[in-house]
Design a protein around this ligand. Structure first.
Ligand code: GDP
Ligand code: MG
Length: 333
């Protein structure tokens, strides 16, 4: 095998779980942003994709990887956030169907909730491997925070009462998972990652356990799906959703899961009155916005550049837009 043959693409990770379990907050912690507080009512309304470069993963997992035991071979992680509200089950199912691995977030204080169970069903149906983030450990009574420390280290520093309460709650949730037909255990006790779901206790507020979560995700993808992640230069894109963005008009969010898009490439989308074509203006990153609007202005272009996404423009007429969503859905089906 030569070096090129070993090149891996970034795994696509989808974050699923009941509303308010901390999905967006965990992502914020990983990318050091603050999306959650900026959301209207703190509610994720749509799928959002974030690329986490491997250097960030290395930095954040340093406390676990001091001897460089684990080689990190993927270029990064492409993480997709999903809304937990009942009414968004179509977005959740789309997100989970396109990902390589999923993080199922469960609130340690609440246990399994309706959309947790729905998510488990989606994951089983798609045979998607996943890990559980048992979030909000900082809410255990008497918890003393040690920011960004790995789980076993921070747990050692807690009082006996905290340890007991954690164990009780954790065991209860492991029991609930067993009722859903899932074998699960704490990740550092997991002897067979193919048969048993790993559970990582986390706090998206203090960052405790987040290094463990990131490390586990990388380990799992590298160990279990090297073949699936092998980079091949055959283009594969999935439409996540169609939406109207201020200043951009109707846009299509697509995830580039395989291959490379290059400046100058021609993009064709099938429209009601024939093909809609567009040319790539610069090399894109992982997340791509396709804008089909004649009114794209300079500000919008700058905004996309800042966001690190590529903007495609297309000369098409406005009346197409009315039926655009339905039509794209039809293309996908
Ligand atoms: P989502 O609906 O799953 O995306 O949940 P959010 O990320 O919007 O978080 C819901 C609420 O839980 C917010 O008020 C967060 O500040 C809070 N939250 C999230 N993670 C944690 C955590 O680890 N500890 C505590 N104490 N609160 C959290
Ligand atoms: Mg959210």
């Amino acid at each position: 095998k030569n070096a090129l043959a070993n090149e891996l693409r970034s795994p696509i990770i989808c974050v699923l779980g009941h509303v308010d379990t901390g999905k967006t907050k965990i992502l914020d912690h990983i990318r050091k942003s603050n999306v959650q507080t900026g959301e209207a009512g703190g509610i994720t309304q749509q799928i959002g994709a974030t690329f986490v470069p491997i250097q960030t993963v290395k930095d954040r997992t340093e406390c676990l990887n001091q001897k460089g035991k684990l080689e990190l071979n993927v270029p990064g992680l492409l993480i997709i956030d999903t809304p937990g509200h009942e009414s968004f089950s179509n977005l959740r199912s789309r997100g989970s169907s396109l990902c390589d691995l999923s993080i199922l977030v469960i609130d340690l204080m609440h246990g399994l909730e309706p959309q947790t169970i729905e998510s488990i069903k989606l994951l089983k149906k798609g045979k998607t491997p996943f890990v559980v983030a048992l979030n909000k450990i900082d809410r255990l009574y008497g918890w003393v925070a040690h920011d960004n420390l790995n789980f076993t280290a921070t747990m050692k520093k807690q009082t006996e009462n905290v340890k007991i309460e954690f164990k009780d709650r954790c065991n209860q949730i492991l029991g609930q998972l067993a009722e859903q037909g899932l074998n699960a255990c704490l990740y550092h006790e997991n002897k067979d990652i193919r048969k048993t779901v790993s559970v990582v206790p986390t706090s998206a507020h203090t960052g405790e356990g987040i290094p463990d979560l990131m490390m586990l995700v990388v380990q799992l993808t590298q160990r279990m799906m090297a073949e699936r992640l092998a980079f091949v230069d055959i283009l594969q894109c999935t439409v996540l959703e169609v939406k109207v963005l201020l200043g951009l008009g109707t846009t299509i969010d697509v995830i580039l899961s395989q291959g490379k898009l290059r400046e100058g490439d021609q993009i064709v989308v099938s429209g009601l009155d024939g093909p809609i074509t567009s040319q790539l203006q610069h090399d894109p990153t992982y997340a791509v916005i396709l804008a089909f609007d004649v009114k794209v202005d300079k500000d919008a272009q700058d905004m996309c550049k800042e966001m690190g996404v590529t903007l495609f423009t297309a000369d098409i007429i406005y009346h197409l837009f009315d039926n655009f969503t339905a039509h794209l859905a039809a293309i996908k089906a």
